[in-house]
Design a protein around this ligand. Structure first.
Ligand code: PEP
Ligand code: MN
Length: 337
């Protein structure tokens, strides 16, 4: 439920209402708009006496929130949440492009990739040290050694790093190397992991599960938000459909739907979304046109030698061309790159 305070309600009136909510064993979540204050109530499962709250000084009305996600909802928090990562802001006018190889394979490969990404205008370097693979016999990532490489390349090239964490116990370790913690599609509902990254107080890139609904994605974000960590970037990375020509099907609907339902920034992964490098550029354009706040793209210095996801990894020149072309689309929708 939300309490809409009257225009010009005093600080003391807001404090009184907040105190009453806490006395009821609930949590109050304040959202200070330009015109009025909205107080969101996170309940404890017990019914809330709306009438009592409506009689308090300064209260205009109470509004029930019917959606199961509260902190993630736009109703609760009308303004866009801006997630800042080492000085660059995600969710504002400027688009973010995270790019790099699927997996960290060697220091040389990461250095080369990072230079390609930086030169083309990418702002965050991606690369998995811990890889969730369908087969236990596929390359699983370099693990801690991969994290060390990411740390070195980050220092040398000067790009912040996003990398996946798969184990709640490894969240503190991964946090020492990563500027953004990635929760992969397969772990979107790994609740222990969501609790752990909620505690980490680091920005989180939360990827939509390949068989998850938009609502389930927002409920996963709610787990992280419930720990007070609101630095969450949502990612549409394609869902399973009957189509087999592409690896997944990008749910372009999810972009404007999420932008309407939540205040959290939304990016798109056209690499895992299509599985085919020749589709990555047009789908990136579609994502930006649909209102995405950015992209995460796989680019490899030598895709033919990649240990994972080579077929969807862009050649360095392709990435540069994509970035260049994207500027026109960004400008057309009033965004910058
Ligand atoms: C990734 O981005 O490295 C990845 C494994 O993607 P997803 O979790 O979306 O499959
Ligand atoms: Mn990949």
């Amino acid at each position: 439920m939300m309490i809409v305070m009257k225009r010009g309600a005093t600080t003391a009136q807001v404090a009184n209402v907040t105190a009453r909510i806490e006395e009821m064993g609930c949590q109050a979540h304040l959202s200070q708009g330009e015109e009025r204050t909205i107080i969101g109530i996170i309940g404890n499962g017990r019914p809330i006496d709306r009438e009592k709250l409506e009689q308090m000084d300064g209260v205009e009305r109470t509004v029930p929130i019917l959606k199961p996600f509260k902190r993630a909802s736009r109703e609760f928090h009308p303004q866009d949440t801006l997630v800042s990562v080492n000085g660059s802001v995600i969710g504002g006018n400027k688009l973010v492009v995270m790019a790099g190889p699927c997996a960290v394979e060697s220091r040389e490969q990461m250095l080369e990739a990072a230079r390609v990404v930086k030169e083309a205008g990418g702002t965050i370097l991606r690369g998995g040290a811990f890889k969730p693979r369908t087969s236990p016999y596929s390359f699983q990532g370099l693990g801690v050694e991969g994290l060390r490489i990411l740390g070195q390349v980050r220092a040398e090239v000067g790009l912040p790093v996003v990398t996946e964490v798969m184990d709640p116990e490894l969240v503190p370790l991964v946090s020492t190397y990563a500027d953004v913690l990635q929760i992969g599609a397969r772990n979107m509902q790994n609740f222990a992991l969501l609790h752990a990254v909620g505690e980490a107080q680091r920005p989180v890139l939360l990827k939509r599960g390949m068989m998850s609904t938009i609502e389930e994605l927002l409920m996963a974000a709610e787990y992280i938000l419930s720990h007070g960590n609101d630095r969450i970037i949502l990612c549409e990375r394609g869902i399973r459909t009957f189509e087999t020509y592409t690896r997944n099907t990008i749910d372009i609907n999810a972009v404007p739907a999420l932008k309407q339902l939540t205040h959290l920034p939304v990016i798109v992964d056209p690499s895992h979304g299509t599985g085919r490098r020749e589709l990555v550029e047009p789908v990136s354009r579609a994502a930006v046109a649909a209102g995405a706040d950015g992209l995460i793209i796989e680019v490899h210095p030598h895709p033919e030698e990649a240990l994972s996801d080579g077929a969807q990894s862009l050649w360095p020149e392709q990435f540069a061309t994509l970035m260049h072309g994207l500027r026109t689309i960004a400008a057309a929708v009033g965004r910058k790159l």
